[in-house]
Design a binder for this molecule. Sequence first.
Ligand SMILES: NC(=O)c1ccc[n+]([C@@H]2O[C@H](COP(=O)([O-])OP(=O)(O)OC[C@H]3O[C@@H](n4cnc5c(N)ncnc54)[C@H](OP(=O)(O)O)[C@@H]3O)[C@@H](O)[C@H]2O)c1
Length: 254
Amino acid sequence: MGKSKVLVVGGTGYLGKRIVRASLANGHPTYVLHRREIGVDIEKVQMLLSFKDQGARLLEGSFSDHRSLVDAVSQVDVVVCTISGVHIRSHQILLQLKLVEAIKQAGNIKRFLPSEFGTDPARMGHALEPGRVTFDDKMVVRKAIEEANIPFTYVSANCFAGYFVGGLCQPGHIVPSRESVCLHGDGNVKGIYVDEDDIATYTIKMVDDPRTLNKTVYIRPPENILAEGGGGGVGGSHRETACQDECLGGRIPV
Ligand SMILES: NC(=O)c1ccc[n+]([C@@H]2O[C@H](COP(=O)([O-])OP(=O)(O)OC[C@H]3O[C@@H](n4cnc5c(N)ncnc54)[C@H](OP(=O)(O)O)[C@@H]3O)[C@@H](O)[C@H]2O)c1
């Protein structure tokens, strides 16, 4: 049996472009949704053309044109969606309900991997505002997928290294402060930080793996489990630290 045809929706995004590259590198016939709305966004257009040069097929479509989404998903076996979902940047998770409708109507999709790639939202009922919208919306999408009986894999990638490690885990900061950092808890709380290219590779390895069908898959290599404070941790060499739970916008549930 050949490798599944993979359509990436959101393929010019931060994670999406890595998924496209991983899909091509792993020999999947790779399709990328080319949204009309990108218009003259020259960087996106050039990225799409470079994917085409590397063997990807571009499928035109739009979230505001149901028929175009149905036509696009009808041409592939697997859909990986990487639409934006960071409340301080861009957040369009619920747009995926339109994609779910299209997949349901097309009826041919063997696996849908919705835009997740973070902490498992099913375990985040206690999450604080303002970030919890991401978990809540991802749960809404999960419910729609499961009600439509669409085969799925949910990828829980924990923390993107680029978002968390560079800024020493300070929400909203991707470069380190020179003065102080807030440690979460006592600094020994562990987090899982994963390189985004690795997330893309693991994700593509899942699409044809029967063990991941209708499952949540956690990406947590043992070497990637780090504490923020102390030797060898994420913030190990910092000059000054402060332990303040208010930097999370509320009390930390214990
Ligand atoms: N675990 C973590 O630490 C972490 C960190 C960041 C993100 N994430 C998760 O990773 C996933 C992808 O996030 P990302 O940062 O890679 O996203 P992103 O780069 O901000 O955006 C990805 C794509 O979303 C599409 N998009 C944005 N606005 C749209 C709109 N109005 N209509 C249609 N499409 C739209 C665009 O697709 P086109 O390519 O078609 O233009 C864009 O390239 C999300 O689920 C997010 O929650 C996790």
